[in-house]
Design a protein around this ligand. Structure first.
Ligand code: PLP
Length: 394
């Protein structure tokens, strides 16, 4: 049976690893080593000269990390993938590889807070500018691309308002203009959305979230064309050095095996939660791409397998009302991050988006009464009951 004939759920468990090559070990072994011993001096020379395959030093490559990278490439439908020490290490390695002096980066409206921080740093220190676009229509995208645009960076769904960007629409325009498109695919995981199949050039993740799925690793991954990924590996990854540790790569390989079943359950619980919140008298608005009334529902239907496990909603009242509601929750934990087995709740205005000015928050559609839930894997009734008891105290 050829690997390409297998379903995605099966490839998550089997691809990129052969027990026969590792003394029959069912699970990829953990190569927790910083360096690799050469047979002789000449071999070391050949490895450094690139004349012989083989490992040298873990920052330049490690078999456990390679197994993870091969599996990610397979899941994203990319020719190659790289793993990093954090999602931000992945974002910065990709952006530094694509950026040019005097260049411009075009972003979707609302990117992850630290991505925003990185863009500001690139502007202030290196003169690489950026701008944001709603990317709602082809005209908007056309108009926002400049001659100096060296990359388009898209996050979809956008946190925490869950707006979507039509990836194929942007990729088609970008291709004509010769501009590479990078997608932060964290919110969907490779199971729900495949930007490369839609014509984008790089798909990256904070693997800390759904790919790990257990809240015990900080890591990042990126997938794309082999020659581009090689360029990233030989420059930004190797020389800036944000490489993943073998142990974290090993934990991610373990997490990925259950990605499909976890995502199905996250999505199922989120859908039930949406129906519950939609009817709730104390909820004033709800942001979930699976809502038929969501302005981007048609994009969700087209480019996502399912609408994902994140929901934002607003309550009547003030910031204090929202915070008091959160303080009543017992099972649901107050924490940023997402994609864990535990249902997590956070308050964007005072937490993840507190660095954004209140004026910009308003523009982005983030109100002081907005609450974001990362729906976990618990029994749905228990999640609902916890929310209900907190609502009843409002
Ligand atoms: C968490 C997150 C990041 C940053 O990832 P780290 O692993 O925390 O460095 C980037 N993008 C999105 C959408 C995220 O949720």
């Amino acid at each position: 049976m050829q690997e390409k004939d297998l379903q995605l759920e099966t490839r998550m468990i089997h691809s990129g690893y052969s027990p026969a090559e590792h003394k029959g070990s069912l699970v990829p072994p953990l190569f927790q080593t910083s360096t690799f011993v050469f047979d002789n001096a000449a071999q070391g020379g050949r490895r450094f000269a690139g004349e012989e395959d083989g490992y040298i030093y873990t920052r330049l490559g490690n078999p456990t990390v390679k197994a993870l990278e091969d599996r990610i490439a397979e899941l994203e439908g990319g020719e190659a993938a790289l793993a990093f020490s954090s999602g931000m290490a992945a974002v910065s390695a990709i952006l530094f590889t694509l950026a040019k002096t005097g260049g411009h980066i075009l972003c979707s409206q609302g990117v992850y807070g630290c991505t925003y921080g990185l863009l500001k740093l690139m502007e202030e220190k290196f003169g690489i500018s950026h701008s944001f676009s709603d990317m709602e229509t082809p005209e908007q995208v056309e108009e926002s691309i400049r001659d100096s645009t060296c990359c388009i960076f898209i996050e979809t769904p956008i946190n925490p308002t869950m707006k979507l960007v039509d990836l194929k629409m942007v990729a088609d325009i970008a291709k004509e203009r010769g501009v590479p498109v990078v997608v932060d695919n964290t919110f969907s995981s490779p199971y729900l959305q495949n930007p490369l199949a839609l014509g984008c050039d790089v798909s990256l993740h904070s693997a800390t979230k759904y790919i790990c799925g257990h809240g015990d690793v900080i890591a990042g991954v990126a997938a794309g064309k082999a020659d581009f990924m090689k360029k990233v590996a030989m420059s930004a990854q190797k020389d800036i050095g944000g490489v993943i540790s073998p142990f974290d790569a090993w934990l991610l390989l373990r997490g990925i095996k259950t990605l499909a079943v976890r995502m199905d359950r996250h999505c199922e619980n989120a859908k039930l939660l949406f129906t519950y919140l939609k009817e709730h008298p104390k909820v004033s608005s709800i942001h979930y791409p699976g809502d038929p009334e969501h302005p981007d529902f048609h994009i969700c239907e087209k480019q996502m397998k399912k609408p994902g496990g994140l929901i934002s909603f607003t309550v009547e009242g003030t910031k204090e009302t929202a915070q008091a509601f959160m303080d009543q929750l017992r099972l649901i934990k107050i924490a940023v991050s997402l994609g864990d087995a535990e249902t997590l709740v956070q308050h964007p205005a005072s937490m993840t988006h507190s660095g954004v000015s209140s004026e910009d928050r308003k523009k982005m559609g983030i109100s002081d009464t907005m609450i974001r839930l990362s729906v976990g894997l618990e029994a749905w009734e228990d999640i609902r009951n916890d929310l209900e008891q907190a609502f009843s105290k409002m």
